[in-house]
Design a protein around this ligand. Structure first.
Ligand SMILES: Cc1cc2nc3c(=O)[nH]c(=O)nc-3n(C[C@H](O)[C@H](O)[C@H](O)COP(=O)(O)OP(=O)(O)OC[C@H]3O[C@@H](n4cnc5c(N)ncnc54)[C@H](O)[C@@H]3O)c2cc1C
Length: 477
């Protein structure tokens, strides 16, 4: 089944259907081949100096790369949100992208996660200068990036962000180094840094917009290197040095940590949608192989054990889709909120953590199973099935790892009453007995000492996420 056909099956009439049809057609005729070329032969390289010795930090791109990345912008992965607040359209486009190239959805995601805070918190002058070119539809849209992580570690940003921001007129000067910088050739990045004199810990962090070039055309930051990765080769990930780089504060320094989390939460919704697309791709690949491969006298797909596995993955795909799409719906409702947030936002956040956690874990398992279902052919580079696993492996790691999602889900339950909000949200579709059972289970869980609540999270979050997914799926049918 094509990803668009699956979207139609799940959503009825999907948003921007004409654009989705055209985008899928482009993938079938052009995008797929470009993506495979870039994965296998097209790793971009960094030219740091020109022939005269000037620092230029040019990324040398394989032919076709620009078209590959720009097509999603043309169809509206960013402008449909900024101009029309059509979140569903953006995530539906993302679903198509991730079905064909999971890693490529990263540049689109981080561009969206740059554009939204610029829309919410940027001054009109910043928007005019930096947001407007992100909305171009001519194949030259400016891209964004979201750089928080430093070499000490990404989970504990409060302890590890060493980048300092010093006020300078109406802007700041940022000095530090970012260790994981996806979409490193973007024209803009939102960057976590600590304003000089701000308190230590995560509450002292703020969010800044750092353009790649200064007003005079010189480089605003330099790229130390591009990283070699097992997958996601369609996104260029590098390390960046900020040396008194110009940065514009978004929102206020006091609420900076919330803005950083808003950025991450948009990316987590996209990660969930992308994970589901990867599950669908793995299932489609396995199904088509199993129909053609003859084992013990009949197609593999007709062997009872394989039939059971195929049916189980179809079921998981539907549950994963329902779980991933719930935060999409809620984000469309709550995206404009600023701190302090409403209960609806906390519900969105809990669903986002559950979805990011569960769909990413399922995507890895689906990719592994798809490889196994292909037997030895699954391991061979020439068939591209192994790529699904290489792509999937990062899904539970970036945008906050699975531990982080479980811990943040717990925090939302403990401190924001999000467990009760979730049960209330599910009440119309849930089995009443199951609902009561979960109410009692959550209450009992919260009676444990805090350390025990963290230590035993794997007894709570995975089954909760799966139950929520199954319940939401029931709403869809
Ligand atoms: C390909 C790629 C691209 C990336 N692009 C970007 C980017 O563009 N911008 C950006 O900011 N970051 C980016 N990242 C970084 C990513 O977000 C981090 O890798 C991730 O947040 C985890 O941080 P870490 O790698 O430093 O691991 P650490 O924070 O050191 O964590 C190590 C392990 O400990 C676990 N852990 C952490 N805290 C706890 C706890 N309390 N209890 C139990 N376990 C815990 C983590 O889940 C992880 O498994 C990228 C990463 C990759 C791999």
């Amino acid at each position: 089944m094509t990803p668009l056909a699956y979207l139609k099956q799940q959503l009825g009439a999907p948003p921007c259907e004409d654009a989705l049809t055209a985008y899928q057609q482009w993938w079938a005729t052009t995008g797929r081949a470009l993506s495979e070329t870039i994965d296998r032969w097209g790793t971009p390289t960094l030219r740091q100096h020109d022939r005269y010795g000037q620092r230029v930090d040019e990324i040398l791109l394989p032919a076709g790369y620009t078209e590959l990345v720009q097509e999603g912008y043309k169809h509206g992965v960013v402008w449909r949100v900024i101009e029309q607040q059509d979140w569903a359209a953006s995530f539906a486009l993302g679903y198509l992208t991730a079905y064909y190239d999971s890693g490529l959805y990263c540049p689109h995601t981080v561009s969206l996660s740059t554009a939204v805070p610029l829309l919410k918190y940027g001054t009109p002058a910043l928007q005019e200068r930096y947001l407007t070119p992100m909305l171009r539809r001519d194949g030259a849209a400016w891209q964004g990036a979201t750089w928080m992580t430093e070499v000490g570690g990404g989970s504990d940003l409060g302890a590890n962000v060493q980048t300092v921001a010093v006020p300078d007129g109406d802007a700041y000067r940022l000095t530090g180094a970012k260790y994981f910088c996806s979409n490193v050739r973007a024209e803009l990045a939102v960057v976590a840094a600590r304003p000089q004199g701000a308190p230590s810990g995560v509450r002292g962090l703020a969010l800044f917009l750092a353009p790649r070039y200064r007003e005079d055309g010189s480089l605003n930051f330099t790229i130390r290197r591009i990283k070699d990765k097992i997958g996601t080769r369609a996104v260029i990930t590098g390390e960046v040095d900020l040396h008194e780089s110009v940065g514009y504060l978004l929102g206020s320094a006091e609420t900076g940590v919330y803005l950083i989390l808003e950025v991450l939460n948009i990316s987590r919704v996209a990660n969930s949608v992308g994970s589901v697309a990867l599950i669908q791709r793995a299932l489609d690949e396995a199904e088509s192989f199993a129909q053609g491969r003859i084992v013990f006298g009949k197609p593999l797909a007709e062997q009872p054990l394989m039939r059971t596995q195929l049916a189980r993955w179809r079921d998981t795909l539907e549950c994963a889709f329902a779980l991933a799409w719930a935060p999409v719906r809620l984000l469309a409702e709550v995206w404009a909120q600023t701190p302090p947030y409403s209960p609806r936002y906390h519900l969105f956040r809990l669903l986002t953590h559950l979805a990011k956690y569960w769909t990413a874990e399922q995507a890895v398992q689906a990719a592994k199973w798809c490889m196994e279902a292909h037997g030895g052919a699954g391991v061979l580079e020439e068939y591209g099935v192994e790529r699904l696993l290489r792509e999937a492996m990062v899904l539970p790691i970036w945008e906050g790892g699975s531990h982080r999602q479980m811990l943040d889900a717990l925090e939302a339950i403990q401190r924001r009453n999000a467990g009760a909000l979730l049960l209330e949200h599910l009440a119309p579709y849930a089995d009443p007995a199951e609902l009561n059972e979960w109410r009692a289970r959550l209450d009992a869980y919260l009676q444990q000492p805090p350390d025990a609540q963290e230590a035993h999270l794997e007894t709570l979050i995975p089954p909760l996420a799966e139950w929520v997914a199954r319940t939401l799926r029931r709403r869809a049918v």
